[in-house]
Design a protein around this ligand. Sequence first.
Ligand SMILES: *[C@@H]1O[C@H](CO)[C@@H](O)[C@H](O)[C@H]1NC(C)=O
Ligand SMILES: *[C@@H]1O[C@H](CO)[C@@H](O)[C@H](O)[C@H]1NC(C)=O
Ligand SMILES: *[C@@H]1O[C@H](CO)[C@@H](O)[C@H](O)[C@H]1NC(C)=O
Ligand SMILES: *[C@@H]1O[C@H](CO)[C@@H](O)[C@H](O)[C@H]1NC(C)=O
Length: 499
Amino acid sequence: MTSVIKYMSLMTTCSVFAALISIIWQAFISLKHLNKMTSILTGLLAIESSLKRPLQPPKVAVGYGACTDLLIHATDFLNYTEELVKGVGPEFTVDEVNDRQELLQTFAYYFKNGAAAERIMPNTELFKELIQIAKSRHLNSIQWFLGGNAPLMSTRFHLEGANVLLGARMSKKLRRLVPAEIKIAGDEIPEDDIHLILEYKSGDTWGPFVAPRANRYILHSDRNNPHLNSVEHFDAAVRNFQPRLLVISGLQMMDSYKFAHGVREARLLKVQEQISLQSPTTLQHFEMASYVEIELLQLLRQYVLPYVDSLGMNEQELENLRQVLTKGRTTLATDWNPRVATALDQMRDVFQILAQDYYRNSTGLPHRRLLTRIHVHTLAYQALLTVRDSQWERTQIAAAKAALTAHRHVCQTDMINPESALLILDDSFATTAQNKDTASRIQLNPQQPVPCWNETIVVNDQKSLPIEICVAPVLVCRVAKKTAGAGDNISAAALSQQL
Ligand SMILES: *[C@@H]1O[C@H](CO)[C@@H](O)[C@H](O)[C@H]1NC(C)=O
Ligand SMILES: *[C@@H]1O[C@H](CO)[C@@H](O)[C@H](O)[C@H]1NC(C)=O
Ligand SMILES: *[C@@H]1O[C@H](CO)[C@@H](O)[C@H](O)[C@H]1NC(C)=O
Ligand SMILES: *[C@@H]1O[C@H](CO)[C@@H](O)[C@H](O)[C@H]1NC(C)=O
């Protein structure tokens, strides 16, 4: 009997002891994690603060368009309806959303893939009805913001100390949301286009689906933006302004929009004219977006890509662009968390193909520019590729700035708390997945968290180009407050370090 009691008490002691060890071990692990996050954060902040501000604020012009963003929590707003959603397989595609079923199906598809999406709703009646439902049933949870890539990027450039010119037509009401120092080229319109932004958090559920990451699904039914009506207003203003950087964005509003025959191409020709006539001292950046139509992407390749020095995009847009350039087709949702090696290979492919275009046709078409910068923003890291000795300097600072901005935007805070951050990037990554012989492994050193290295890209038999690549880990925001506009904020923040 006593031996049983003794045995029991030994067991109790043992399990108490085991529990204690486990608690200490857990604390040790989380302390180690916190330590690492703090080191990385300190390292990123040190790189960010090493930027010496130029005496003159750089001039930046940003086109085209503006809208009001109506932000709403996706899973509260959309009613999951099984009979409408069924039949959404992995190859599901819908270019435009015409009815409730297409809305729920496309949403389901992107939600379960955690992929950002932007779709046009030509059915203006349904769109108005949705806005009405949002305004009446969700009055206390909806939020209104200044929207559109150009105004968001402008605001970030302004916050980084630039002198900014924005090309957009907007209502008086919306103008009040633009910082007063930003000059606006474009007349006043009575009513702004509205974008309905359905945001969701990582782990949100909708019917049987669970979102693998925070992201958003955007619906719009624009009347003003697809026509890029501000291009003309912007023209003369940019000529007088003589910016150091001209940013082209918002062209995705032309995607799937029903233009009269030839109208879209004529508008893009106007954009081409605008960007091809800028002085060589004006750098040009094109911000990609979620494009669906292959035809539009091909028009961009013809009218826009040959004239820009820099491209910004997320992981899906990168894969999409690479597919268009190599295979002439697009993909829909791709891996939401691609490995660094994969993304870098895609960046090299895009760079190589556009450089080949440039050297092949540099004599044929005047005003063409060699692409010298690609910035890819992903949830886990920021990757920047620049041509060495081009006009883009301080690539490392730009990458660090982008990583910090990603956290600040998504958590909506200027002070980063390491406890509210998560590291998704591994402790080390390969530089390429294509060629085992040339691949090297880069260890992420928390004290110097932004590794940069040199490479050479072979363009053709005669031409090779020296490039620099920098990768910065993102301190991923644990509880996302806002993902819409993150790319704009991040891209503009990074560019502003390199002017
Ligand atoms: C969701 O269902 C409620 C109740 O039936 C309805 O009032 C609301 O309009 C629906 N929401 C949408 C976006 O269809
Ligand atoms: C190069 O220019 C020629 C005509 O000047 C054109 O036909 C061809 O499509 C261009 N190639 C590319 C890849 O842009
Ligand atoms: C960009 O991020 C900052 C935090 O650094 C945030 O205050 C701001 O609201 C963001 N911009 C937009 C347009 O959301
Ligand atoms: C890359 O090359 C440049 C020019 O040769 C050199 O100054 C720089 O230190 C190199 N960067 C790295 C990370 O090796």
